[in-house]
Each structure stands twice: as structure tokens, then as C-alpha cells.
Design a protein around this ligand. Structure first.
Ligand SMILES: [Zn+2]
Ligand SMILES: [Zn+2]
Length: 136
């Protein structure tokens, strides 16, 4: 299958390639995403887990999300780049951090979530729909 998007971590030991168009793309401003990215938000796209081929071995760190379900955050154990999230509440999707794309312009965010914990120095695109927590 032809790849739609690909990327990897900073040191290159973990690479991924997605063969399906993303089912969703947006920015999460929750505190866990701020901590794990070291930035104002996590910009992520999600695609069916089976359509993303990963080479290398990400290390996963699990935390309980606000829903009480677990979120596993995958990163490169060598360089520390955050790459993936597996969300127990949405088990068939793999979330990919947009900043790790080889071509980050591919990422077209459609919403902002957890804006209730967004930082005052986080300037969001006013044109995107905003959700104070997780929608729905
Ligand atoms: Zn790495
Ligand atoms: Zn988040």
C-alpha cells in the first residue's frame, strides 16, 4: 500500500508509515499532553492502528486519562521524542504526534480539545471549534 504519511523520532531509531488517511486531527491542551510534549499542546492525528507500520520499538508509559481509562504514551527510549498514543477509550485508533511527521504540513488540525487547561501563552487558531474537555 502506498504511504499517506510517514515520520519518526529525532534520532531515527523509530520510524512509522501510515497507509490510510487520518480519521481525525486536532490539538489537545490537557495537562498530560503539556507534560509529555513539554509544550503548550499535543498536535495529533489518528488513523486505524492496523494501517500504521512502526519500525523500531517505542517505550510506552501508561496513565489514567480523565475518563478513568488508560492512555499509553509511546516515545523513543533513546532520544525521548513523543510519537504515539494508544487511548483505551478509542482502541482501534493509533494517535501520532504531528511534529514527528517528515512533512508536518500534512497535518490539518480540525479542533482544539481540553481548552479549559490551555495556557495563556498558547495561541489557538480562533477558526477551529473548541471543546473545554473531551467532546461527546
Ligand atoms: Zn529516537
Ligand atoms: Zn491531551
Amino acid at each position: 500500500m502506498a504511504s499517506k504519511f510517514k515520520g519518526g523520532c529525532l534520532c531515527g531509531s523509530i520510524r512509522y508509515e501510515g497507509s490510510a488517511d487520518p480519521a481525525m486531527a486536532g490539538n489537545c491542551h490537557c495537562r498530560d499532553c503539556q507534560k509529555s510534549t513539554g509544550g503548550a499542546m499535543a498536535s495529533v492525528l489518528a488513523a486505524p492502528a492496523g494501517t500504521i507500520k512502526i519500525t523500531g520499538k517505542p517505550k510506552y508509559f501508561a496513565v489514567k486519562g480523565e475518563s478513568g481509562k488508560s492512555v499509553q504514551r509511546g516515545f523513543c527510549a533513546d532520544c525521548g521524542s513523543p510519537l504515539f498514543s494508544k487511548v483505551e477509550a478509542i482502541p482501534d485508533m493509533l494517535f501520532v504526534k504531528a511534529g514527528t511527521l517528515d512533512d508536518p504540513t500534512y497535518f490539518k488540525p480540525a479542533f482544539d480539545i481540553f481548552t479549559s487547561s490551555a495556557q495563556p501563552w498558547d495561541h489557538m487558531n480562533p477558526a477551529l471549534p473548541k471543546f473545554p474537555k473531551m467532546p461527546g
